[in-house]
Write a new protein. Structure first.
Length: 546
């Protein structure tokens, strides 16, 4: 393979390359193999998303690169807080699984080098570099650098903050020209580029592979999200079950874990890179559907995982390491909560109603023979109980009685007496309050016309002012409008009916001017005064108020 072909293969199938000129300079000018490393923290069990960097590692090995795989045990402790003795076994588990997955895609692993982080990170030189680095960076930069990779709480631990410092120093101690990682590590890589020269170290090239979205709603396959991943050692039944349940929206390629896995894993393993664009085009046009893709992916993925499963089943050492690396979780036994002393159910035994009666009345259990009533059955009738002829209950209510009297002979208390105090000279004033006890508001309002606008007994100020006092405008509503009006008003009954004029019939309507026919209908103010004798003759006798 020529140097140019080697460079092309190194940069192929990547999402981004930072400082690619470093790669060109090493291969074309220094004429030596590119030294590159890929690091992984042995936390959860590796999943099928690891196939993406694994295939990139296979291509780097094929391009003649010297590849190191860093099993970052200290990083795993800082990230997941797992005990160091468990992480040591997980490093062995990762080494066995990565080797097996590379063999499954036909890669010669003899040129591959595994390095455990603690083998050099505990050295005096590394720790001195760590202290020097700490004095050249602030907390906000560290938080930003690890935000996509490190689990950070609202109040992060010091170890999670130092994650970026340790990974940047790994590049120097591993003596590499470049680092391979996912696009989720871009902030870390730019952090290395900005800060490594500050402590006297050179900048490296950074190769970023695409990330496979999770099978559910997760943005990527993650060991900490069980529903988003398929483990490399899952059974065929588990693989089929997870893929059938995977989210695969119709005609949507972006963020589709099924499409991304076929594109970045299956097609690349089968060397079908030219089909990637066709796959997306057919899926977006609805030529390919989830019902067509999922069964094909289930078969292809199980074919890819079969060699790994066989290696695990035939390797006793691998099974032993798996048990030590991921011991079975022992669920604590559920214990019944002890009831407090104040609980009534603990202080008192549960008793049936019959038991409760017999406990409180022990005499009830003593046999006393047949029942004998203490009172003679005939005694109630002989005392003050019901007897024929006694008025009890409704019988004591007096019967309704109505009587008709001849004219002029009715009792005074049942005779109507008109009220002589009235504004009308021809009618008596009958207030609704005494005549209609319990009258409604409507009755009161209806009687205003008959009372010439005078307030009634018990009438509210709201009713006097009008039906809608909040909407009234000055004195134009209710009785205020009557008093404020200087012109003709339908409420001015004295002028309207001209009832105070002679020779005018009751209810006859008139105006302040001359009526047609020559009859004057002026108001009372324009009439000559009437003497007391004339008024007495007109109105008739009435009671004296003296």
């Amino acid at each position: 393979m020529t140097p140019e072909e080697s460079i092309t293969l190194i940069k192929a199938n990547l999402a981004e390359v930072i400082n690619p000129e470093i790669i060109d300079n090493v291969i074309l000018k220094e004429k030596r193999p590119l030294r590159i490393y890929w690091g992984t923290a042995p936390t959860g069990k590796p999943h099928c998303g690891y196939f993406v960097p694994t295939i990139n590692i296979a291509e780097l090995l094929h391009a003649g690169c010297h590849v190191k795989i860093l099993l970052a045990d200290k990083h795993a402790h800082m990230d997941s807080l797992a005990p160091l003795e468990v992480i040591e076994h997980r490093c062995d588990y990762y080494r066995l699984l990565i080797n097996s997955s590379l063999k499954a895609i036909g890669v010669d692993v003899s040129k591959l080098e595994f390095v455990v982080g603690s083998s050099f990170q505990d050295s005096k030189e590394y720790q001195l570099d760590r202290f020097r680095f700490s004095n050249n960076v602030n907390v906000s930069k560290l938080l930003k650098a690890g935000s996509e990779v490190v689990k950070q709480a609202e109040n992060p631990t010091l170890g999670s903050l130092e994650y970026a410092i340790w990974q940047s120093l790994d590049e120097e101690d591993l003596d590499v020209d470049a680092e391979l990682g996912g696009v989720d590590q871009r902030k870390l890589f730019t952090f290395f580029i900005d800060h490594m020269p500050k402590i006297g170290y050179k900048v490296r090239a950074h190769l970023m592979n695409p990330m496979v979205p999770g099978l559910g709603e997760a943005q990527k396959m993650s060991s900490s999200e069980p529903s988003s991943k398929i483990n490399l050692l899952d059974t065929p039944e588990e693989v089929a079950k997870k893929l059938r349940k995977a989210v695969c929206d119709l005609k949507r390629v972006e963020g589709n874990g099924i499409i991304a896995f076929i594109e970045h894993v299956i097609f690349r393993v089968e060397s079908l890179n030219w089909w990637q664009a066709k796959l997306k085009e057919d899926y977006e046009s609805d030529t390919l559907t989830p019902q067509m893709i999922k069964p094909a992916l289930i078969k292809a993925l199980n074919d890819l995982l079969d060699p790994i499963r066989k290696d695990f089943d035939s390797g006793e050492d691998w099974k032993r390491v798996a048990d030590l690396a991921y011991p079975a979780e022992v669920k604590p036994e559920k214990t019944k909560k002890e009831k407090k002393d104040g609980n009534r159910s603990q202080r008192l035994p549960i008793r049936t109603p019959i038991q409760q009666v017999t406990d409180e009345n022990p005499d009830s259990l003593v046999g006393e023979g047949p029942f004998h009533a203490r009172i003679n059955p005939a005694q109630p009738a002989a005392n003050n109980w019901y007897k024929p002829g006694n008025e009890q209950g409704n019988d004591a209510v007096p019967e309704y009685h109505a009587e008709t009297f001849p004219p002029g002979t009715a009792p005074a208390e049942n005779t109507f007496h008109p009220n002589p105090d009235s504004n009308y000279t021809t009618e008596a004033l009958n207030m609704p309050a005494p005549d209609m006890p319990g009258s409604t508001s409507k009755d009161v309002h209806d009687s205003i016309d008959n009372l010439h606008g005078k307030p009634l007994i018990g009438q509210e100020n709201r009713e006097i002012r009008g039906v809608h006092p909040r909407k009234r405008k000055k004195e134009r509503s209710g009785l205020e409008g009557v008093g404020a009006s200087t012109t003709y008003s339908v409420f001015d009954k004295v002028r309207d009916t001209v009832a105070d004029k002679p020779n005018v019939e009751k209810g006859q309507r008139g105006y302040s001017g001359k009526r047609e026919g020559g009859l004057a209908a002026d108001g009372a103010e324009s009439m000559p005064p009437v003497t007391a004798d004339e008024r007495a003759v007109r109105e008739g006798p009435h009671k004296s108020t003296a």
